[in-house]
Structure formats: C-alpha cells, structure tokens
Design a binder for this molecule. Sequence first.
Ligand code: CO
Length: 134
Amino acid sequence: MIGRLNHVAIAVPDLDAACAQYRDALGASVGAPQDEPDHGVTVVFVELPNTKIEFLHPLGADSPIAAFLEKNPAGGIHHICYEVDDILTARDRMVETGARVLGSGEPKIGAHGKPVLFLHPKDFMGTLVELEQA
Ligand code: CO
C-alpha cells in the first residue's frame, strides 16, 4: 500500500544552525523557513535526490514540537512520512488492522497542502508515522 518515502522529519532546537549544517557541511539544497501556525511549527524542507528532510521548529505557545524538544533537547527524528494513493482507503485499512490513527481519525491538510494522517508510534515500533496522499 505505501509508496515512496516522502520525508523524514527532524525536530531541531536551532533552525538556523540546522539549515547551515545541512547547507554548508552536507551540501544540501535547503529551502526557506515557512511558518505553519495551524500546526504550531516552522518548517524547512531540505530537498534530496530521492526524498526530503523536514526540519520542525516550535512556533507559538502550545506547539506539539515543544514537548518533544524538552525530552530531546538536542533534537531528534520526529516522524517519517510515507506516500499513499488514497488517504481514506489507507485510514480504513489501518483501523481494520488494529493500528491507532491519531486525533479525530479524519485527514488534516499537512505542511505540503495535502491530506495527512498520523499513526500511533506504539503501533509502529516506536516511530510516529505520517501517511500523505501523494
Ligand atoms: Co511530516
């Protein structure tokens, strides 16, 4: 069912430092920061030939990333995102197989403007999984 790895998201305590490291040390193509107030994050996309890296930095008072960074002050991998053809078919299959869909279970529009769902990390070997309708 799942297709390409769309991105790996890394929570970062210092967005400028993360961008500089990926641009200057790793030689990656690093985009401009985008504020996503609906999601409580500022995101930066790093374009790689086969996938993307998404830096996540807290935005606003109750950002979901703030608690993660409290537990992981140096930053860390926050989630991985797989592409699916149809988000509702994917959601129904997850529910049928016993995986927990976070939130209301209805897709939300993610940082790329496409419908996404998140799956409980305890059902996926400790990894928060995002499904995005490509
Ligand atoms: Co994501």
